[in-house]
Design a binder for this molecule. Structure first.
Ligand code: NAP
Length: 289
């Protein structure tokens, strides 16, 4: 059990609800290995109490925190500075107290990129296809752009939301890169891509027999493509199993989850942290192999 002392410093996560968050499990495991007198706690803050919550954190000397739904966008006006990633994504998931006030960034982008960067690929030749146009898709789009992908194809099921998504990039450096498509166009896009990313929740536990791409359409994926599912439970999802049968390299969402958490902890502590400890804490907690 972690020893709480009179000097214990506070980190945490805000959300509403926040009870589903896995961050306390992996963050406290990494803190324990470092032997630091910190603790990472869940803070369920209602949307209407966000400003009060931040004042409370400032008064208590909280060092930093993660933000999850519904605070990832609404927190931005309360921050003194935000990183380029967070500006482009339009959402903040990590906040740190500085002399100037609260600084916000988005470590989902780095988290998404971490497993891709271990692969040898000419990203300038790759035009990724991203399934879904919600919050996580935004971090994936920015990540693909940072890799140097010249065009990024986003496939969505709701024409109005897709249009709003497309419009949101028009005042950014990504305006020429982001192309949006209806779901009916997926079949034609799949055979052209070397990177297929699922950012929809389709196939997530307990709906493990669902997949965002039918078996028939998946057959068009080339055998040296990379299939990346942001879902981490189950692992592999049916989507990844089908892609693997096609000969694709497959990546599940666990590494992104671990790496975004590790980047946040490193920002707060200003020192390297054990990614392995965080990964093991999560796989043990989730009962994954
Ligand atoms: P979100 O904002 O709700 O976006 C979900 C997207 O999926 C929306 O575009 C939604 O379309 C689409 N979608 C939902 N059901 C669909 C279906 N049956 N067919 C086609 N499209 C469908 O959620 P999010 O925050 O982006 O998260 C998405 C997934 O990524 C979740 O599974 C989450 O756990 C995972 N995630 C993982 C990590 C990680 O670290 N590994 C990080 C973030 C998110 P509509 O708008 O039309 O509903």
């Amino acid at each position: 059990m972690t020893l709480i002392t009179g000097k214990t410093q506070l980190l945490g996560i805000i959300g509403h609800p926040v009870s589903h968050s896995l961050s306390p499990v992996m963050q406290n495991a990494a803190i324990a290995v470092l032997g630091l007198d910190y603790i990472y706690l869940p803070f369920p803050i209602e949307p209407s109490r966000l400003e009060d919550g931040l004042k409370g954190f400032q008064a208590m000397g909280l060092r930093g925190f993660n933000a999850t739904i519904p605070h990832k966008q609404t927190i931005i006006p309360y921050l003194s500075e935000i990183s380029q990633e967070a500006q482009l994504v339009g959402a903040v998931n990590t906040v740190k107290w500085t002399e100037q006030g609260w600084y916000g960034t988005n470590t989902d982008v780095e988290g998404f990129l971490a497993p891709l960067k271990t692969l040898k690929q000419s990203w300038q030749q790759i035009t990724p296809v991203i399934l879904g146009n919600g919050g996580a898709a935004r971090a994936v789009v920015v990540g693909c752009w940072q890799l140097g992908c010249p065009e990024i194809h986003v496939v969505g099921r709701n024409a109005q939301k897709l249009k709003t998504f497309w419009q949101s990039w028009q005042q950014t450096p990504l305006k020429d890169a982001v192309k949006c498509h209806n779901w009916e166009n997926l079949s034609g896009l799949l055979s052209q891509t070397k990177l297929l990313v699922n950012t929809t929740p389709v196939g997530m536990s307990p709906n493990t027999d669902e997949t965002p791409v039918t078996e028939e359409i998946m057959k068009q994926l080339s055998n040296n493509a990379i299939a990346y599912d942001l879902i981490y439970n189950p692992s592999p999802t049916l989507f990844l199993q089908m892609a693997q049968q096609q000969g694709a390299i497959v990546i599940d969402g666990l590494e992104m989850l671990v790496q975004q958490g590790a980047k946040a902890l490193e920002l707060w502590l200003e020192q390297p942290v054990s990614v392995n400890t965080m990964r093991t804490a999560l796989t043990d907690y989730l009962g994954l192999d």
